[in-house]
Design a protein around this ligand. Structure first.
Ligand SMILES: [Ca+2]
Ligand SMILES: [Ca+2]
Length: 481
């Protein structure tokens, strides 16, 4: 009898424990983690371009906190994503370049990523699209993996001449294509992810959705492109003599793409700058359309009230500012990224935060918001104080690294850049948000530069192994002018 009673009480205990685990699990918020590829600040609420049309991202920002001074840790896909996913800086993890594999860098061989960590801590992890730089990333990151497509299938829509009118454009192409929005790569990923949002799960979920527009090629369905007529599309604000005050290394950074179709000289020579701008604006609007679909799917699901939404981009994009294109620079166009977070019961609608924050802050922020243990070796800081109060004190600058030795420090007031050869730039963001006037040569700023330089890494780990040369690898020495 006693035995039966103790077995019965054991079962009761097990059931009670299970119920309380389920209860705790049910109390944990879900996470909708939206990653965007190469989206700069041409988002309505970030004021990067006066003609940006991104109503859904603007709406998402209004629901929670918009970080207006958020920066990537590396201005290119692979190192930025490796950094964000592991919560470590490029100069401490050894992934500096796009032509590297994250897990081949010795220091990241066993590093835990955000989805792996959530999965180990009781979350059901679901992913689709571009989250890791390549493929689905770690196979043990996901309970369910959806889809990810390349660009190859677009070939039949484009033809050998390309779309933009640029000679031999290949991936450096832009303009409208005849394809329904739902059949674009992001459309398909969005549809799949929206379906997952309608399901019930017995654990809290972490759903990562990686959109690849506006990464090159800048193609959109015609209906998006047609929203930006070339006759009224505005070029970004530039100055003809902007490069005159750059030090030799700054000048060199503007020349990375000189030998490709997407160099400033080539684009302007063919009269295609405005078309490229319109195409990028159209891409932002298309990405925003996908974000709108995801938010609508969340809103109509049972998860609407207990899901944290995080939206970020892996780095920015130049479209002729400083005569530079694409990424791989340490200026505002490359480092500034959209970042917005809506956390039920934590954020209040309409929050705007101008503190300099970093994408590596996301890992510790999410573990704290979801009340799971912090992952090891985190170098970012939880944004929770800023989510609760966007004007909360914040003493961390944002650091961005472009290959070994080249770094930028961004505070609310300043951007300081120091290159591998010691060349420096300084910009006063209170007076000069476009970073036109380099103040580094003026002696009255020496003390400020010294103060900012104190945030630079003192030791940089060597780079992990480089992949074999790819079709678009540019031979380029980032260590000297
Ligand atoms: Ca990217
Ligand atoms: Ca200048």
């Amino acid at each position: 009898m006693r035995e039966i009673r103790s077995v019965a009480s054991f079962i009761v205990l097990v059931l009670a424990t299970q119920a309380s685990i389920e209860c705790i699990a049910a109390e944990k918020p879900n996470v909708l983690f939206i990653a965007i590829d190469d989206l700069n600040d041409w988002v309505g609420c970030l004021d990067g371009h006066p003609q940006s049309k991104t109503p859904h991202m603007d709406d998402l920002a209004k629901r929670g906190v918009l970080f207006t001074n958020a920066h990537c840790q590396a201005p290119i896909c692979q190192p930025s994503r490796s950094s964000l996913l592991t919560g470590t800086y490029p100069w401490s993890n050894g992934v500096y370049d796009i032509e590297q594999e994250m897990r081949e860098a010795p220091l990241l061989k066993d590093a835990v990523t955000i989805p792996q960590h959530f999965r180990k801590n009781g979350y059901h992890t679901i992913g689709a699209g571009k989250i890791y730089h390549r493929g689905e990333g770690d196979v043990d990151a996901w309970d369910e993996w959806g889809i990810r497509h390349g660009w190859g299938w677009m070939g039949k829509l484009i033809g050998p001449e390309g779309v933009s009118g640029l000679p031999e454009p290949s991936i450096f192409d832009f303009g409208p294509i005849e394809v329904p929005p739902e059949e674009m790569n992001d459309g398909r990923v969005t549809t799949w992810a929206s379906e997952q949002l309608q399901k019930e799960y017995d654990k809290p979920f972490f759903l990562a959705v990686g959109l690849i527009t506006p990464h090159l090629p800048l193609f959109t369905p015609t209906e998006f492109y047609d929203q930006f007529p070339l006759t009224s599309t505005l070029l970004p604000e530039v100055r003809a003599n902007d490069l005159d005050d750059l030090p030799p290394m700054g000048l060199k950074f503007t020349r990375y793409f000189d030998s490709t179709p997407m160099s400033h000289h080539n684009i302007t020579r063919h009269g295609l700058w405005t078309k490229a701008v319109a195409s990028y604006l159209a891409c932002s609007t298309y990405t925003d359309y996908c974000v709108g679909q995801l938010l609508a799917a969340l809103d109509k699901s049972d998860h609407a009230n207990d899901t944290i939404v995080v939206l970020w981009s892996d780095h920015g994009f130049h479209i002729g500012e400083k005569m530079h294109w694409e990424k791989r620079s340490l200026w505002e166009e490359s480092t500034r990224v959209p970042l917005m977070i809506v956390a039920p019961d934590v954020t209040k609608p309409g929050g705007r935060c101008s503190r300099p924050v970093e994408l590596i802050d996301l890992f510790p922020t999410l573990t704290e918001l979801c009340d799971i243990p912090a992952a090891a070796a985190q170098q970012g800081d939880s944004l929770l104080p800023l989510l609760k109060d966007p004007s909360h004190e914040w003493n961390h600058p944002a650091i961005t690294t472009q290959m070994i030795g080249n770094h930028s420090v961004r505070t609310e007031h300043w951007r300081y850049i120091r290159y591998a050869n010691g060349d420096e730039e300084l910009y006063d963001h209170h007076k000069d948000p476009h970073e036109f006037e380099n103040l580094a040569e003026q002696s009255e700023y020496a003390a400020i530069m010294q103060e900012l330089a104190a945030h630079l890494p003192v030791k940089e780990v060597p780079s992990g192994p480089r992949l074999p040369k790819q079709k678009y690898t540019q031979e380029f020495d980032w260590s000297r002018p």
